[in-house]
Write a protein that binds this ligand. Structure first.
Ligand code: 3NM
Length: 210
């Protein structure tokens, strides 16, 4: 079973002038223990090149590597798994393509979470907890109550996402999340390593600053 605490997702628009692999390596050094490649703009060749670099990086650190949307790219670089949105192919179809690899899916309501679990997802995203500008087409914030709902009924790992910052992650944890995901707070920081270290401190219940 896949498990993790701090899920780092790529977001290259947040770090112009800095290399993707360098930023993600800093996040990993700070404690991010799973990485997702999410890129809505690059063409296939670029996607493949970046995914291969991130595959090499995550393998070096021994952590899972997940590719958003592009099952073919995930298979080609031998990623550990894929992440689907609600509008993507059904989990049953994805399972046929990826075999035993990890399948994660974004959920925004308890009915979606229960369906994902029943269909064999390995983990679910739970969000957006707060407003976020990072995912353009996402639904309105679902708030902390969605975490409480999921924590009561869902057995597979779930990760809270959407607008999560160092300044609000403690209330996310208090609502019942033991895994969190952040994009802009991590990769938009000049010091992703310190941000991740501070997230880990809070996830370990130690609070305080980095
Ligand atoms: N998925 P940030 S919210 C990629 O709710 C993504 O499914 C979401 O970015 C969901 O940490 C989101 O910068 C964006 O708010 C998260």
């Amino acid at each position: 079973m896949v498990d993790f605490r701090l899920y780092a997702i790529t977001g290259e628009t947040f770090h112009p002038g800095r290399r993707l692999v360098d930023v993600m390596e800093q996040a990993i050094r700070g404690g991010a223990d799973i990485v997702q490649f999410r890129d809505k703009t690059s063409g296939r060749e670029e996607l493949l090149r970046k995914a291969a670099e991130l595959r090499e990086l995550t393998r070096r650190y021994g952590i899972p590597f997940i590719v958003n949307d592009h099952v073919d790219i995930a298979m080609e670089v031998d990623a550990d798994g894929i992440h689907l949105g609600q509008g993507d192919m059904p989990i049953s179809e994805a399972r046929k393509l990826v075999g035993s690899k990890i399948i994660g899916i974004s959920t925004h309501a308890i009915s979606e979470a229960q369906l994902a679990e029943a269909e064999g997802a390995d983990y679910i995203g739970v969000g957006p907890i707060y407003a976020t500008a990072t995912k353009a087409d996402v639904v309105d914030p679902v708030g902390l109550s969605y975490i409480r709902e999921v924590a009561g009924v869902i057995k597979i790992p779930f990760v809270a996402i959407g607008g999560i910052k160092l300044g609000n992650v403690e209330e996310v944890i208090r609502a019942g999340a033991s895994r969190v995901c952040a994009v802009s707070e991590i990769v938009g920081s000049p010091d992703p390593e310190a941000v991740c270290r501070a997230f880990i401190h809070k996830l370990e219940g130690r609070g305080g600053a980095a």
